[in-house]
Design a protein around this ligand. Sequence first.
Ligand SMILES: [Ca+2]
Length: 328
Amino acid sequence: MTRILYDTDLIGDDLLTIIAAAGLKDVRVEGITGFGRRIPAVERAEIAALLCHALGLRGVPTAGGADRPLLNPPRKGCEACDGPITSFRQRMRERAGREASGDILPDPRGAVPLIVETIRNNPGEITLLGTGPFTNLAQAVLQAPDIAEKVKEVVIMGGTAWTPGNTSVVSESNVFTDPHAAAVLFERFPAVTMVGLDVTLKTLVDESVLASLEMKDGGSARRLVLEMVQGIIRACCEVQLARRGTRAMPLHDPLSLLVAWDPSLVKLLPCDIRVELSGTHTCGMTVCTALSRSEAGARSHRVAVEVDSRRAVDTFVSCLKNVFDAVD
Ligand SMILES: [Ca+2]
């Protein structure tokens, strides 16, 4: 069983990651903590709670965390997916009002206490999955340094080793948004698995996947989830067409979940990872230095350098099918 505590900015493919987790065998989501931009973190956490409710994931605490980076000014980031997400929230709120269920509100503790308590209460058991700026995770490990050794492992979508950046020439978006938090993450946690642009940009889905995601019965909460999935994938494909000339969506965040579940999907290279914090043109660069066999210990960072993208995409699609084929 892979027990995942998920820290996320809850934008487009983050929500697809939660849905994929619901369709993965032997994965349990222990909590979801949010980073906010445009929509505040606590509201993003409410969206996660509504999504868990719609998916039948009961008892998953969700909590809002930071709304801005540790030191840098906030960045807006891509907002193409906010339309389908806010529409889902509105329609789920209407349903939730009718159902009057108690577990669709964010956890009042907030993100950092939820992260710290979950790890301390389950030493050696929790996989931390991070797919947003790493502000909440950095604050958690700065406030409670013992969690660095109590966590089972840390897997992130973020950074890039030998592929150009997607936000600056050398920097990936999550690291670029809060480079100081990313630096804390790599300094304080002894073994981070970095699933970055080197592999996520090779793992693509296009809109043809939507044809295989249909539901027989109508009117259910899960149908609202399906409509959000369709909206997110279409919006992301549009953005990629404009940005990269290819109408296909990289599975940035879902791939990190799949690697946490099955590391054999990627080839992992032991590396020393530092985050550039002062370069005029290189701030937010993840500087990865491959370690030799003698230098690499069991507790060293690892960078995903190759991916079985066909198997990753097939696994992702079959997760979604599992969710939407399930009887509601
Ligand atoms: Ca994300």
